[in-house]
Design a protein around this ligand. Sequence first.
Ligand code: 13P
Length: 247
Amino acid sequence: MRERLVVGNWKMNPPNIADAVELARAVAARPHGGVVVGVAPPTIALAAVADALRGRDIAVYAQDVHWEERGAFTSQIAASMLRGLATGTIVGHSEVRRDQCDDDARVAKKLARVAESGLRPLLCVGESAAEHGAGDATAVVARQIELDLAGASRRGLERLVVAYEPIWAIGTGNPATADHASAAARAVRAALKRAGLDADIVPVLYGGSVSARSVAEFAKADGIDGALVGGASLDPDEFAAIVRAFG
Ligand code: 13P
């Protein structure tokens, strides 16, 4: 049985550190029925959230990381800086690909650094609206997996998590169908196998307009082991309902 995992990606939403801590406490206070739960606060709130969740069974993730160990990289966060604060980090989120010009070569360097650092990598892949319209979704995610894993040691990827997040479904209120997500998960696992990984143990999450209303079909979708939740993770009751759906 693969691990069932639900992570809330808070993006740039909690307006300040105190609000992020309050949200973290609210998430921790709700039952999660055996499902592994994680939260990814904004970087500035990582330390305070990690502190608030110490001793609780909620994993803390960073939203991104730089590929270099240290140096003249203004504004960036190194993997070593996350030690003690985060158990893992998101890499390759489509908003970072879009806003910070991350291409697969940069994502590959980040993933390699995360794998080497002992942090748990949560790699995001997913097709654009145009690629979706052209029927290229599975080819796009397979190619992303191939390119993004190119430089990482296989040992460092033993705890890899992949989130399939079709870009056209993020923040639109228009999630993919469960069948579409399952087909993408199959393509992800086939690509992981080609890259030499034991794909059967890698949790594949679905992300893109997951809500308490839409979660049920993903919770029973073949090959989908959890969710990466954006907007709905900001409401602790709705997030708890999404978590429990995977229990
Ligand atoms: P939404 O759940 O707001 O669509 O965001 C999904 C996402 O990008 C999570 O990383």
